[in-house]
Design a protein around this ligand. Structure first.
Ligand SMILES: Cc1cc2nc3c(=O)[nH]c(=O)nc-3n(C[C@H](O)[C@H](O)[C@H](O)COP(=O)(O)OP(=O)(O)OC[C@H]3O[C@@H](n4cnc5c(N)ncnc54)[C@H](O)[C@@H]3O)c2cc1C
Length: 428
């Protein structure tokens, strides 16, 4: 067993913050290295859909996806777009991505591995939020998937079978029961599927900041710097190199979101990581009664009631990290929200404040995504003193607590409570 090691955690998004806390619980000396505000706008953890969902076990790549590829390349307004200039660079990742969903058996295995990280996510977050003094930021009102009709629900039969196989339970809502729960939603939605075990975070940015404050209160040091590489003495790690000097340590955890692959390459690991870029808009004054987050089947986006207002987040744009934002995609999200909640459509409804229908903020973030839909968690095959904790794609907020527990187990040399095999860095 390894006790009281100096450990550098690179990145203070939700994953780095949770890892830091788990390592502190084990008695390690933790230094968090982060150039920005913890949970700030530069981090995917800032602007996500805020879902803490045990039902998010369905990977993006499923059998038959390849047939939709031409549409993704030509429909600039679709829920998934691939920007042409990025295509040559993305091709190897895309081929692996398609292969990961080529058979139902593969997708079942991915769902099982995701479920191991997501199963108790709401409870883990609630416990962590309470310890950090922000219990009010995590609420469990369930999550709702909305369908225009039963045929649309049945068209997603594989997804719901994967959820059921992994212990997710749900109830169906129709007619008055659905209207009572969602009085302001467009009547074209006739069926709601409610996952009562789901939860959401009311302010992911404030949440990450609170976790980092707690880590500091428990003895962690935060170094405002960008990690650039590693210093080894023989085979052993001696320090993390940063743009502000070296941070001495015996172990390092790479939790730098989309920037992690470049750091992993510094220790000889080539991990395929692409940005599934996603946008959000927030409608601060939306005159919409919404007690729980909703995902419309025809929109593939999360509509989440947050502290800042109605947050509409989601969809996927495959493009390089450095490509300029295409704010039309944020507009698409806002437009969808207006169609979903007629009360937002200022043009059509007399007396509605035009401001209520306009986004008060918009944001672009980078989901750190591996082609097989699973994160990379565990020691580097080349240099085991460096551990990886990144690549959580669409589920990083929800999966962060379990990831942190796994990292702590592996770093301590304990037999891990979660089987680390599916996430091993050497699998590519
Ligand atoms: C539109 C959208 C909607 C989403 N919805 C959900 C959802 O509803 N539920 C869910 O669970 N997940 C969701 N996600 C995914 C989730 O947000 C991410 O998986 C998660 O935030 C990743 O967390 P992270 O800590 O790995 O990375 P990040 O949050 O990106 O944090 C990485 C940190 O590392 C720092 N960093 C970068 N380079 C360096 C360096 N060289 N040295 C030191 N630090 C560095 C960055 O500044 C940053 O603060 C969504 C994502 C998007 C974009």
């Amino acid at each position: 067993m390894n006790s009281r090691l100096p450990v550098a955690v690179i990145g203070a998004g939700i994953v780095g913050a949770m890892v830091a806390l788990a390592l502190l619980r084990d008695g390690h000396q933790v230094t968090l290295i982060e150039p920005g505000e913890p949970g700030g706008e530069q981090a995917a953890s800032f602007g996500n859909g805020a879902w803490l969902s045990p039902a998010s076990v369905v990977p993006m790549s499923t059998p038959g996806l390849w047939k939709k590829l031409p549409g993704y390349l030509t429909d600039a307004d679709g829920p998934l777009v691939i920007r042409w200039p990025a295509l040559p660079g993305l091709l190897p990742w895309l081929l692996r991505f398609l292969w990961a969903g080529h058979s139902v058996a593969r997708v079942e295995a991915t769902a099982r591995a995701l479920s191991a990280l997501l199963r108790n996510s709401p409870q883990r977050h609630q416990a962590q939020a309470a310890t950090a003094g922000v219990a009010d930021l995590v609420v469990q009102h369930g999550l709702l998937y909305l369908y225009p009709d039963r045929a649309a629900f049945q068209a997603e039969a594989l997804s719901w079978r994967l959820r059921r196989d992994n212990g997710v339970q749900w109830t169906e809502l129709e007619g008055p029961a659905l209207r009572e729960l969602l009085p302001d939603v467009d009547p074209r939605y006739a069926l709601g599927i409610r996952v009562a075990a789901g939860a959401h975070c009311l302010d992911p940015c404030a949440y990450v900041a609170a976790l980092v404050r707690q880590a500091v209160a428990e003895g962690a040091r935060v170094v405002r710097a960008r990690a650039t590489g590693f210093v080894f003495e023989g085979a052993r790690l001696a320090a993390v190199r940063t743009d502000q000097g070296e941070v001495a340590c015996g172990r390092a955890v790479i939790a730098a979101g989309i920037a992690s692959a470049a750091l992993a390459r510094q220790v000889g690991d080539r991990i395929p990581l692409a940005s599934e870029r996603g946008y959000h808009v927030v409608l601060a004054k939306a005159p919409v009664r919404l007690s729980l987050p909703v995902m419309p089947s025809d929109g593939k986006m999360a509509m989440t009631p947050t502290r800042g207002g109605l947050r509409v987040a989601g969809q996927v744009e495959l493009a390089s990290v450095s490509a300029a934002p295409d704010w039309r995609r944020a507009e698409l999200l806002a437009g969808f929200a207006r169609r979903m909640f007629p009360a937002l459509d200022a043009g059509a409804t007399a007396g509605v404040d035009a401001e209520a229908a306009s986004p008060t903020s918009r944001w672009l973030g980078h989901r750190p995504s591996t082609p097989d839909g699973l994160p990379v968690i565990g020691p580097s095959p080349a240099h085991p003193d460096v551990l990886h904790a990144f690549g959580h794609g669409h589920v990083g907020l929800a999966a962060a607590p379990a990831t942190a527990e796994l990292v702590a187990d592996l770093l301590a040399g304990r037999s891990p409570a979660i089987d680390p095999q599916p996430y091993r860095p050497g699998r590519f």
